[in-house]
Ligand binder design. Sequence first.
Ligand code: FAD
Length: 487
Amino acid sequence: MHTFNSSAHRGWEISGAPGVLNHSMLTHRSLSEQTIPILRDVDVLVVGGGTAGAVAGIAAARQGMKTLVVEQFGFLGGSQTGALVTPMMPNQVEGVPLNGGIDFEINTRLIERRESGVWKDGNRGWFNPETLKSLLEEMNQEAGAELLYYTFVEDVIVAETEVRGIVVVNKAGRSALLAKRVIDCTGDADVAFRSGVPCEIGDPETGKNQPFSVRFNLGNVDLARLAAFLRSLGRHDVMEQAEGTDVPLIHTAMVWEKGWTLEPLFRTAVKDGVLQPTDGNYFQAFTMAGRPGELALNCPRISLETDGTDPFHLTRAQMQARRIVQRYVAFFRRYVPGCEQAYLVMTAPMVGVRESRRIRGEYTVTVEDVLGARKFDDAILRNNYPLDVHSDSEKPMPGGGRLPAGEYHEVPYRSLVPRNVENLLVAGRCLSASFLAQSSIRIQSNCRAMGEAAAVASALSIRRGITPRAIDGRDVRAALKVQGGRL
Ligand SMILES: Cc1cc2nc3c(=O)[nH]c(=O)nc-3n(C[C@H](O)[C@H](O)[C@H](O)COP(=O)(O)OP(=O)(O)OC[C@H]3O[C@@H](n4cnc5c(N)ncnc54)[C@H](O)[C@@H]3O)c2cc1C
């Protein structure tokens, strides 16, 4: 068996102030080296099988690369499936999607199964997360990518400045995975950060992250009665029959003092002690294609401890959310027509993290690039989704946060290429972008596009025998166009 000599040692010793955890350290007594097995040595290693990573796996394997996708949970899709984030937000100009390639293919295949629908304004990203899990697995397997679930990245293997692989932990213990190229799709830039890539986190003005949301699904809802009730309340609630699915499309929301028609009901529920005032800081509900009788809730919002790289913040978010969800369920049953017999289907196993670490790459996308609709020769995606910073203080967005009508900006390949280390690319919400620019680019279709671009660039760089940094991004763009990228 191949083995890898890690620098970790057995023989731990506690030092520092006894009993004071934060001032104590655990150190190794023994200097003997630990040997761990090398489980795989592949061309492209995708770390994190989420929104970007699942697509990176498909794209790399389609390029003929020996590909392995490593994921901490037992399914693909990340925030889309594990954090129950549905639907995809629109990214299109005059009804024409700006993302093509594998993103378009996934949406088309879901529509063929009647498990996605064309949402308002031609957005094709209204989907059933359970079906998406299966489809992403199928597409990875069809392409020839191998998947490894229940495996968490613990460390990176870096020689000089070259990333050679990662150390992982799972049921089998600790092991190494080696690769010619690694694509960090962890959302939190876990691999890049541990490799020494400079990262930023949060809003530089306030030091705060965007709030988390721990989403949940509600079952046994009479959607026809709910739709009739919402329609009777008048404007601000969207109800349409979406193409491609039998489920009526319902979207409603409530945020205090924004004119939402559900506000009087929320006020009554607060007066009756069923809800607390903070429960109305952000509430949003959608139906899901392929899931009659269900609602997907984009709440509760968790605003105080919101560092997605802090396991205690993540733990307390889940616990706090579960209590709030019980209040929302009681609210639905007592006050909302069509929901009298509703029950909680599930709370999301993943906390919904809107932003955490953002790498510093060869190029950092700025808010001026976004709002100024800037174009790049080495573009790998086009975006016109507005700036979207969730916060309880509702800070006004520069320029109203929107791009000029009918316009889009581009994201260059260089924003996926981290500084300081070689053989590593990132894809997803942790790209190199400012806090405000990231709030616009982070939507799911763009994360998928980044996954595809990073995979194509990895394959190109392997074939040419040069580093991803040395690749001319215009070649990545050209290769993406050949396979359906709208660039
Ligand atoms: C509450 C919320 C609402 C949103 N609403 C919308 C919306 O309506 N529409 C829209 O288009 N976008 C929305 N977004 C944005 C969008 O969903 C995300 O930005 C996007 O899905 C992130 O994709 P990603 O690939 O970067 O990360 P993810 O999809 O989160 O994937 C990261 C993957 O890496 C895995 N992972 C992480 N760390 C490790 C590790 N150390 N070892 C192994 N595996 C690891 C995770 O389990 C996960 O599978 C929302 C986001 C949130 C949080």
